[in-house]
Design a protein around this ligand. Structure first.
Ligand code: NAD
Length: 317
């Protein structure tokens, strides 16, 4: 990490990238934020717009437009660049196009001498994080994706409402692919110090597993619901990226469900990048926490890994 000056380079100044940048500005996340986009004019307009807001904030963040050489002394490179799904285009075709986009970004970042952490948000995020890892040749600890961070935040919020408890006292995680095969390992969910299974058993008239399953479905479908209502999702993920970046910059050792590379966990799973609770420090993914899953949960995780591996292998990297 650079001494004193906290610097982030953002690649991709679309809706997600700029929601992150706006939240970063409001929270004084770093000292320097450099914007890069293939559409340089757009990036310039975004930098001007953000800088005009600075006059009303206590933040002294420097926002500018730059080239890839700016990554050389950055602490974090956030990637939100990507192309949108065309009508009739398959998920795999989109994946192939986004891989081409990353092939034009990641090697340039590496050539600058960048030695910080890659933080990827572009979808399908677990696969794009793995693509970044392969293209960069970086140590896996220094390549993370947003994974199921936002899904986990949504889950904890909804569980807080259901149990009428502060979400900060709910310890439950969404794990697996950020997508259709993600799931909640309920065997690992805890209310303060009490396992959720025990909370249900002690209060059968008030709470049920059916309701919890409904909540996890609501979490899984949230993005689609937002997309059908307003076309895209960006504010939530923007704040989630700020949260992860803060944990990195402040060497927090916070546990977040980022997308990380498995190295033999869960019965020998390797290489795949997947959402799992992980300790985040200034060096990136410090330690992955392997959960004690039930057989049924392990089966769900296997399915998630399979989906991600199949999609990744279909790419010509
Ligand atoms: P957008 O179309 O608004 O922005 C994409 C930006 O990428 C554009 O400004 C475009 O010019 C830029 N870009 C394209 N090719 C580039 C290249 N080669 N080099 C540099 N910049 C390039 O899209 P968006 O709504 O901001 O979404 C961005 C990505 O984030 C999408 O893949 C989307 O699916 C994903 N997303 C992820 C999550 C999550 O939870 N991880 C949530 C929402 C969206």
């Amino acid at each position: 990490m650079a001494e004193n000056k906290r610097k982030i380079v953002l690649v991709g100044t679309g809706m997600v990238g700029m929601s992150f940048a706006y939240a970063a500005l409001n929270q004084s996340l770093c000292d320097e934020l450099v914007l890069i986009d293939i559409d340089e004019r757009r990036a310039r307009g975004e930098a001007m717009d953000l800088n005009h807001g600075l006059a009303f904030l206590n933040s002294r963040m420097e926002v500018s437009v730059g080239g890839y050489s700016e990554c050389s002394d950055a602490d974090i490179v956030v990637i939100c660049a990507g192309v949108n799904q065309k009508p009739g285009e398959s998920r795999l075709e989109l994946l192939q196009r986004n891989t081409k986009v990353f092939a034009s970004i990641v090697p340039q970042v590496v050539r600058s001498g960048f030695d910080g952490v890659f933080l990827v948000a572009t979808n399908p995020v677990d696969i794009m994080t793995r693509v970044t890892y392969e293209l960069s040749g970086f140590n896996a600890a220094k390549v993370i994706g947003t994974g199921t961070t936002l899904d986990t935040a949504r889950l904890r919020y909804l569980l807080g409402e259901y149990f009428e408890v502060d979400p900060r006292n709910i310890h439950a995680y969404v794990i697996g692919e950020h997508g259709d095969s993600e799931f909640v390992p309920w065997s690992q969910a805890i209310l303060a110090v009490k396992p959720i299974d025990d909370v249900l058993a002690d209060n059968p008239a008030s709470y049920s597993m059916e309701e919890l399953d409904r909540i996890s479905l609501e979490v899984r479908n949230a993005a689609q619901e937002i997309i059908s209502a307003k076309g895209a999702t960006y504010y939530g993920i923007g704040v989630a990226i700020v949260r992860i970046a803060k944990a990195l910059l402040s060497d927090e050792n916070s546990v977040l469900t980022v997308s990380v590379r498995l190295r033999g966990e869960y019965g020998g799973k390797k290489d795949v990048f997947i959402g799992n609770p992980c300790i985040i420090s200034s060096g990136g993914a410090k330690r992955l926490l392997e959960l004690k899953l039930t057989e049924e949960e392990l089966e769900k995780l296997n399915k998630s890994c399979e989906v991600l591996n199949q999609n990744f292998r279909s790419l010509a990297l």
